[in-house]
Design a protein around this ligand. Structure first.
Ligand code: THU
Length: 132
């Protein structure tokens, strides 16, 4: 199985674990580390709605807390005909920790789009502006 197929399969599998009782919109994400490990995440909703965390941020925060710091790609899976891109908050976090990584958008049967973070977040606010 090609590396990208494995990543897509991991995102599809973790999507099944989404706690998306409020929206019914399940999302899975699989983040690839530079070393080749895969860290997954699903969206986790909450009765307040506002405390929901998207699949992408769950994957990034899990990865950081497990000691990973360098990333190459992320696959995002939703059951939609059009590609489901990361929300604004997730773009900020993906840029912060992943930089210009590849972003692969897939649904349950096919890959719909492949982009780079710099195209999804063309004028980022980041540490360079803080002088650090
Ligand atoms: N969601 C994600 O997890 N990732 C995205 O890229 C888009 C939106 C989640 C948040 C919420 O649980 C549900 O999808 C509907 O917005």
């Amino acid at each position: 199985m090609a590396a990208s197929d494995k990543l897509v399969a991991a995102a599809r599998a973790v999507r099944e674990r989404a706690a998306a009782d409020y929206s019914g919109f399940k999302v899975g994400a699989a983040l690839e580390t530079r070393a080749g490990d895969i860290v997954t995440g699903c969206n986790v909703e909450n009765a307040t709605y506002g405390l929901t965390i998207c699949a992408e941020r769950v994957a990034v925060f899990k990865a950081i807390s497990e000691g990973h710091r360098e990333f190459t790609r992320i696959v995002i899976v939703a059951d939609t005909e059009s590609p489901t891109p990361p929300c604004g908050a997730c773009r900020q976090i993906l840029w912060e920790f992943g930089g210009d990584i590849e972003v692969i958008l897939a649904n349950l049967t096919e890959v719909k789009a492949t982009l780079r973070m710099k195209d999804l977040l063309p004028m980022p606010f980041d540490r360079r502006l803080l002088g650090s």
